[in-house]
Design a protein around this ligand. Structure first.
Ligand code: ZN
Length: 337
């Protein structure tokens, strides 16, 4: 790098660091408004007391999503206002949410924690559960493949949409799926958290003398009550999913009450190529084939969902923002045989 280039970079950096304080708007990320079908607005910064109805004319209820991951149902209109670097939602009786990141304005949906709820209900009835986390599988991908008639199996299990948590990243989504709670309760807000503040489905299994197993890729993500069984990419094909699939088939006749599988390959390809790239969509079909095989041999219930979605970027895909593409995922259930 030439000296001139370095000098220009230093100059630009200096200007940016001095000017940063003078732009008040920089304090605000703005908020997003989304439904179960699309993102309506992203990065919106309200003026003084802006009625929500002036941004989006919604019908019934909305859900306010705050920076700490809490979700508050609201009926009727409310005001949005800037306050000291945060955006507030204010109702008739005062502040509803003091640090708003997003507003979900679609039909009422279950959270991804529905997997926890359904799993416990089956286990309490003595029905074994195969729970499957399809990392980064967006509802938009599901819709696209379904409309192209490319599924042989997923549609039989499809129950509808579910909403992820803020922040929509693996640690937080996974934590909500296995605890049934939102981040402010389970304590896992983003990738920097590993410890859970409430019991997971694995803790429930341990307490009730049920045999459970968590089949993970090559890295442990959360500190669960049952240690995950890690799977390395033995055949060096770039995925651990095939090894996880093999391990799950081997475990099926060992009498487990709960087998939890975490498939990573859809998310990996979503990041690398983008969520709607041929390679990513074709891989969803590979995972579907794994599920078809598991369906043949698993007698209990099968429940599957995703931890978060994925949005297309200039160089592939990403997730972590509170909008339709990142937050809305499909949810699947197969009744016990
Ligand atoms: Zn993930």
């Amino acid at each position: 790098m030439g000296k001139t280039k370095i000098a220009i970079i230093l100059l630009v950096t200096t200007i940016l660091s001095f000017s940063g304080c003078s732009f008040e708007e920089d304090q605000y990320d703005g908020i997003n408004v989304f439904t179960g079908e699309e993102t309506i607005v992203s990065g919106y910064i309200p003026g003084r007391d802006t009625p929500f109805s002036s941004i989006y004319e919604k019908s019934d209820t909305t859900m306010l999503i705050s920076r700490d991951g809490d979700m508050t149902h609201v009926t009727g209109d409310f005001l949005l206002r800037k306050d000291g670097g945060r955006i507030e939602a204010v109702g008739e009786d005062g502040v509803l949410v003091s640090d708003l990141v997003s507003i979900y304005a679609g039909d009422q949906l279950p959270g991804i924690g529905i997997l926890h709820q359904e799993t416990l209900e089956y286990l309490k009835e003595g029905v074994p559960v195969l729970a499957i986390l399809l990392d980064g599988f967006t509802h938009e991908q599901y819709k696209m493949l379904s409309s192209e008639d490319r599924f042989d199996y997923f549609e039989n299990l499809y129950m509808g949409k579910a909403i992820s948590v803020f922040t929509p990243v693996t640690n937080a989504g996974f934590a909500s799926i296995i605890t049934g709670e939102l981040p402010p309760v389970n304590g896992v807000h983003d990738r920097s958290y590993r410890d859970l503040q409430v019991e997971t489905i694995f803790g429930y299994a341990v307490e009730n003398s049920l045999d459970s197993m968590l089949l993970e890729g090559d890295i442990k993500i959360l500190n669960t009550e049952v240690e995950p069984v890690l799977n390395v990419d033995l055949n060096k094909n770039g995925d651990t999913d095939d090894e996880i699939f093999k391990a799950s088939l081997e475990s099926i006749d060992q009498g487990f009450d709960l087998v939890f599988i975490h498939f990573h390959g859809i998310d990996d390809r979503g990041h690398q190529f983008g969520p709607y790239h041929k390679n990513t969509l074709e891989y969803v079909e590979v995972v579907e084939d794994y599920l078809i095989e598991l369906d043949k041999v698993w007698e209990g219930a099968i429940i599957a969902t995703a931890d978060h979605g994925m949005i297309e970027t200039d160089d592939g895909g990403d997730h972590g923002s509170c909008q339709y593409e990142d937050m809305i995922v499909p949810y699947f259930l197969r009744e016990p045989k």
